[in-house]
Design a protein around this ligand. Structure first.
Ligand SMILES: *Cc1c(COP(=O)(O)O)cnc(C)c1O
Length: 221
């Protein structure tokens, strides 16, 4: 079994190879290491190896490990990549550095209020339900461009990009291409797309942020 540092180096190499092969754009692809379900002890070797950008999908779970890790390591950037309930918005604004899952007006308004209250203007991504899946979070693709505009003008949020999770089992490329087209129309620069199984495809379609979990941490229990 390769060490955490070896796995990290391998993924960073693959990201860089894909970026060179398919770019530009972008000139840089950010690896978001998805540490959900793994405890602080499992995360530390990645921090020791130099990784600083991590993703978590639950506020409560992130609260149980990241304050402790931030004491030991400087420069951590924590992304919320899971659905956010408005009653957890205050805690999320205090804990995370980037919110990737803004997908409705009520949440956008509450986040704005909580950011104002905390004096912390976080960059956010709008999550798009790119496969129009009933059970999945995200704004509908047809509403995404207008929603980004409303997040900026009505809610005063700093929208930096779009995020999506394509339907499982379908080839992801066309969904990534669709998200990239929406980002151009919405005039946002960043694209959070691609996971362990498809991050190279996502980079070919212009991903600026790839969210990689199991390829780094191993299978989740
Ligand atoms: C779990 C998760 C990932 C990472 O998935 P892997 O297949 O383990 O790389 C990425 N994005 C989101 C939103 C997730 O919930």
């Amino acid at each position: 079994m390769p060490t955490a540092a070896e796995r990290l180096e391998n993924i960073i190499d693959r990201i860089e190879t894909a970026r060179r092969r398919f770019g530009p754009p972008p000139d840089r692809v950010q690896l978001v290491a998805v540490s959900k379900t793994f405890d602080a002890a499992a995360i530390r070797p990645f921090l020791d190896a130099g990784q600083r950008v991590f993703g978590e999908n639950r506020v409560q779970e992130a609260q149980s490990k990241w304050p402790e890790l931030r004491v030991s390591y400087d420069g951590i950037e924590l992304h919320l990549i899971g659905p956010l309930q408005t009653n957890k918005a205050r805690e999320a604004v205090a804990l995370f550095d980037v919110i990737q899952t803004v997908d409705r007006d009520k949440l956008a308004g509450v986040l704005r209020a909580e950011m104002g209250r905390a004096g912390r203007q976080l960059p956010v991504f709008v999550q798009v339900n790119i496969g129009r899946e009933e059970q999945k979070a995200g704004i509908a693709p047809l509403e995404a461009v207008e929603f980004v505009a409303r997040c900026r003008s009505v809610h005063g949020l700093d929208v930096v990009g779009l995020m999506c999770i394509p339907p499982e089992g379908d080839p992801a490329g066309p969904y990534f291409a669709h998200l990239a087209a929406l980002a151009r129309d919405a005039k946002v620069e960043k694209l959070s797309m691609g996971m362990s199984n498809d991050f190279e495809t996502a980079i070919a379609m212009g991903a600026t942020h790839v969210r990689v979990g199991s390829a780094l941490f191993g299978a989740r229990g």
